[in-house]
Design a protein around this ligand. Structure first.
Ligand SMILES: [Zn+2]
Length: 380
């Protein structure tokens, strides 16, 4: 057994809620304040690091296990069990969406990477819906998903975006793998990993190619009165919303605009725009499905290369290295990834392709492209 670091991460960052709490009228202000207070309370109650039983045998059979609870507008978690894999579907849309979204995320990690749930040991995915009163957030609290209903004006129900569910559960994957800290540039890297994988969960679930997607995070969450398209935009960081109440999307897309701040754990939801943009550019340049080439490289980076204090440079270097290992040094994929990083201000050298005799190269190519076991199963 060992302690695992974790944190409470909400999809709606504190800088947005702070702004609403300070700049809006009565009701919205009240909801934002109450959401911030409820988040602080959650963080307090979940502040203890939890332990994982590492001695538990690894489950080799990929089996989805999901529970959904109804918090019944209280703050006690998880609440009343309302849906499991053995029960019929619920008539409550939040319950169904939380169930389907955690299932979609499980399927993505299982089918694309052969990963058995977020801990790779088959841990059950628990979600609680209807948390608190008009709670304006969705979050991974270190053990489970927690969803508020939203206030109905600025934000709708928080189960509606599958990329947000993928984002939050990916914080669980990060917790069990690279265990990235949640402050400053490392925290922004942590947020980027969740955005990139959350977006890939959406692409995979909808069967959407990189070019077919608009790359918004949380497009379904914004309420009818908000001037904006999403909570963040991977395609164009800084343009997701511009609203009298929410303010303007503060995300940069280039290192020269890196935001130094004490807010938001040192701008973790702000500076993530920089690697998000590089990821988007690389995905568009490579074409096809985001999860196939980039997903494979980013997954190997997260699970095998990043240390808990990694920064953007470490990420850029690791992805370029792995692109070389998987797809050839000096090859097209590696060059595209290196160029995407350098156009956002992170320069990574690309090595010239080493001379590999033709036969060895062919053998290596075959080995790299051999399908993993799970892929050989009949299609769904
Ligand atoms: Zn997050």
């Amino acid at each position: 057994m060992r302690n695992i670091q974790h944190f409470v991460c909400g999809v709606i960052p504190p800088h947005i809620l702070d702004r609403v709490a300070q700049h809006s009228e009565n009701e919205a202000q009240e909801h934002a304040r109450s959401t911030l207070e409820q988040m602080r309370e959650l963080a307090r109650t979940r502040a203890q690091s939890f332990v994982r039983a590492e001695s538990a045998p690894k489950q080799t059979a990929l089996k989805k296990r999901r529970n959904v609870y109804d918090a019944q507008h209280q703050h006690r978690l998880p609440g009343k069990l309302v849906m499991t894999d053995h029960r019929p579907r619920s008539s409550d849309v939040e319950v169904d969406e939380a169930y389907d979204g955690s299932g979609a995320t499980f399927d993505f990690y299982a089918k694309v990477f052969g990963r058995n749930s977020i801990d790779d040991h088959g841990i059950r995915l628990d979600s609680s819906v209807h948390y608190g009163q008009r709670f304006d957030n969705a979050m991974w609290d270190g053990r489970q998903m927690v969803y508020g209903d939203g206030d109905g004006r600025l934000f709708r129900r928080f189960t509606a975006s599958v990329d947000v569910i993928g984002h939050e559960l990916t914080h669980g994957v990060t917790q069990y793998t690279a265990s990235l800290r949640y402050t400053g540039e490392t925290g922004a890297l942590n947020e980027h990993i969740s955005d990139a994988f959350g977006m890939m969960v959406k692409h995979f679930t909808l069967g959407q190619s990189a070019k077919e997607s608009d790359w918004p995070i949380g497009a379904e969450l914004l309420g009818p009165s908000v001037h904006g398209k999403a909570v963040r935009s991977m395609a164009a960081p800084g343009t997701a919303y511009d609203d009298p109440v929410l303010g303007r999307d503060p995300q940069p897309a280039h290192m020269r605009d890196y935001v130094e701040t004490d807010d938001d754990n040192g701008g973790v939801h702000i500076n993530s725009g920089i690697p998000n943009h590089a990821f988007y550019r690389a995905a568009i340049a490579i074409g096809g499905n985001s999860w196939e080439v980039l997903g494979r490289i980013w997954y190997a980076t997260l699970t095998d290369r990043l240390k808990p204090d990694a920064d953007f440079n470490d990420l850029a270097r690791a992805t370029v290295d792995i692109a070389g290992e998987f797809y050839g040094n000096g090859g097209g994929v590696q060059r595209i990834i290196a160029e995407s990083w350098s156009s956002d201000g992170l320069n990574v050298p690309v090595y010239n392709a080493p001379h590999i005799p033709i036969q060895r190269r062919a053998a290596r190519h075959a080995a790299l492209h051999a399908l993993p076991k799970w892929r050989r199963r009949p299609a769904r």
